[in-house]
Design a protein around this ligand. Structure first.
Ligand code: AMP
Length: 370
């Protein structure tokens, strides 16, 4: 361990060790990026088959509620980051007491709970889809009266890849969905008739420097990201606005690291000066699948940028040097590799030993000249 006074946010020096909570593909790609900068990584994950273990110097296999293992991990590293937002608050707090945690507990808390996140965005005057909290059948009926149908009923916590949400078309459908989510805190959101979905991946370091990547257009299949395309098919003013919103969020959270902000792009209307309208869907306080395109077309990709940001290094260039489509390889699609790869297809394979339907196994960035 290299001595380093992180409380004053001196840059973390090469030779130091970054602890990463989570051992999936994001942890793996973060570990590779760290090693390129001369930093070691220590991955903490309960799954003995974590793909990130293959590329990290150290690893710990233990559950996220094992206080002794967490303490030992935290005291063995110079800084801790995470690759997923559902890190239990207790674990995050325990780590924070031992060592610097970036992006930090505040960003985690806000993004772990859809209601807190929506209230945070409202306070910043950022447009979101109308919503109502739902904690009882009576509240659900009341919420449907206010929001109308179609609408989307979501669990406030632990939702991802379409899990924990149902489209509500009728009161009966709402009742069934409510029963399915029994006991969970819920939120009813107006269904957004969006034109497209985009995201902005943005970085901020402790010195307050900010660097955003261009927005990507994201297409989902079966609730899982299918492709991210850059340039996005949006107006230039929409791209500028999306980056301005992401910047405001990063600044208000005093964020340190990379985060993604996902938006719905709605049709231009006269009341909005014929400009496309943007609604924030959600914030992810981590590197994001919709930022994988940066790996083959930006001087600094999102993984290196996250490492630079959390270590308080100057951020790297984010300009795009080619057009790109990132396509996820889900389940058995991994068997297509390496057959049919063109020279401009750049595969990134996660090294997972078993594929199963819906599991992200890798992705391919296909690039074409500007
Ligand atoms: P989420 O888990 O909130 O990111 O939602 C996953 C996906 O469901 C989004 O990327 C959208 O495609 C869709 N979705 C979520 N909320 C809404 C909404 N209020 N209106 C329309 N589609 C939605």
């Amino acid at each position: 361990m290299t001595s380093n006074n992180l409380s004053s946010r001196e840059p973390l020096l090469p030779g130091s060790t970054i602890g990463i909570l989570g051992g999936g593909q994001l942890g793996r790609m973060l570990a590779v990026a760290a090693s390129k900068l001369g930093l070691n990584t220590h991955i903490y994950c309960p799954d003995p088959e974590s793909p990130a273990f293959d590329v990290a110097k150290y690893h710990t296999i233990a559950p996220y509620d094992d206080q002794n293992a967490l303490k030992e991990f935290a005291t063995s590293v110079d800084l801790v980051t995470y690759e997923f937002e559902n890190v239990p608050t207790k674990a995050a707090n325990l780590i924070k007491e031992q060592v610097f945690l970036a992006p930090g507990v505040n960003a985690l808390k806000t993004s772990q709970d859809r209601l807190l996140e929506k209230k945070f965005l409202q306070e910043l005057d950022i447009a979101i889809s109308p919503f109502e909290p739902v904690n009882s059948p009576q509240q659900l009926l009341q919420a449907i009266k206010i929001i109308g149908t179609p609408s989307v009923l979501k669990t406030t916590r632990f939702g991802y890849d379409g899990k924990g949400q149902r489209i509500i078309k009728t009161a009966k459908g709402a009742h069934d969905a409510y029963k399915e989510f029994a006991g969970k805190q819920l939120v009813l959101e107006a269904f957004v008739e969006f034109d497209s979905e985009i995201s902005v991946v943005i970085a901020r370091n402790a010195s307050g420097q900010i660097a955003a990547f261009e927005p990507s257009t994201n297409i989902h299949k079966n609730h899982i990201l299918h492709t991210s395309t850059v340039p996005a098919s949006i107006e230039k003013s929409t791209a500028i606005k999306a980056i301005a919103i992401a910047t405001k969020i990063a600044e208000c959270l005093q964020y340190q690291g990379v985060m993604a902000v996902e938006f719905f792009v709605c049709k231009a209307d006269q009341s909005a000066n014929n400009k496309q309208m943007l609604l924030v869907n959600e914030i992810a306080p981590r590197v994001h699948n919709s930022g994988h395109w940066t790996q083959n077309v930006c001087p600094t990709d999102q993984f290196e940028q996250h490492i630079r940001a959390i270590c308080n290094w100057p951020l790297g260039q984010t300009e795009r040097m080619a057009n790109v489509v990132m396509r996820n390889l889900i389940g058995g699609e991994i068997n297509l590799i390496p057959h049919g790869l063109s020279p401009n297809d750049h595969p990134h394979i996660y090294g997972k030993s078993h594929s199963r339907p819906g599991r992200k196994m890798g992705h391919v960035n296909t690039i074409t000249p500007l």
